[in-house]
Write a protein that binds this ligand. Sequence first.
Ligand code: SAH
Length: 350
Amino acid sequence: MPYRRTLADRLRRLIAAQGPICVAEYMAIANAHYYATRDPLGASGDFTTAPEISQMFGELVGLALADLWHRAGRPQGVRYVELGPGRGTLAADALRAMRAAGLEPKVHFVETSPVLRGAQAARVPEAEWHDDLSTLPDDGPVLAVANEFFDALPVRQIVATGSGWRERFVAVEGDRFVPAAGPPVPAAAIPLHVRDAPPGTVLETSPASLAYARLLARRIIMHGGAALIVDYGHDRLSAGETLQAVRLHEYADPWIEPGESDLTAHVDFDSLARAAAEAGAAVHGPVAQGDWLLRLGIDARREALARNAPERHESLGIATNRLVSPQQMGTLFRVLGLTAPAWPDPEGFS
Ligand code: SAH
């Protein structure tokens, strides 16, 4: 085999050449490499997501969006937009449910990984791919979905020093990547309720996530539509470090072998909601994924599927439990809805 330089080698050379980089840049470079070079999903991969657990997840997303579209007066020219569609499983399940409800949207995927674009094309061949939202045609209502997309977007880390705040940078020490003090961050940039945090406190912010929330909101307000954002995270920004690495379904060290494990951080739903509301969108939730799926009728869907395939009765029960139970994904995962102000309220939020 020809010698191939690893991403860690390339990052070490980059830092040696131009000095430490900020955490957001480290995370962006690591994840771009990680997703570009593999399909990380499922039991044989690094982590499993809700749509990979059961078809019920995507079907209920599709039904919720189709219901909203019906109540909005069935406008024409709808575009289904999914951010980070993984294997395309959620989209395939959602589109099947939408078609059964009379909605046949054009399909747009925002995806940077060539490997995952290939997997998505196998399931949803009619899709059109984008690197980001800037190339999405500027017409027609948008029904947008993002499941475990925002948690993969880069976060900045800002550390309290006792006499102020500093951006955390990443330096190299021997073979390891280590945190290093970066430039000072003005106190005015730190939210009031955490400004007096004790020395060592880490704050995370994700400018890339806020930019996506604003763009989605603007796009929805312009021509109507809605967005459903599902992810794990907190309803209100709190101090503390949540950046983590996952590999082979186990926690790994985010500072070792960048690009070989999935780097994620808790999604700050409060800031996302605020950014979308400031842009003019109506905000729904966040609510717990378990409550949302129960309100959307996951139990009835499970029973219907089990009636048609009695041999799946037990596995459907296990899958429902994984999605809904507070001990599993039911509470940690939150759902945020955005709608155009003139559109009706989406189901599942109250
Ligand atoms: N939504 C899928 C996959 C979640 S994994 C599911 O629930 O199974 C994260 C997804 O986001 C992958 O498809 C990954 O390639 C994509 N992704 C991560 N960062 C991205 C970025 N900056 N731009 C576009 N896509 C990105």
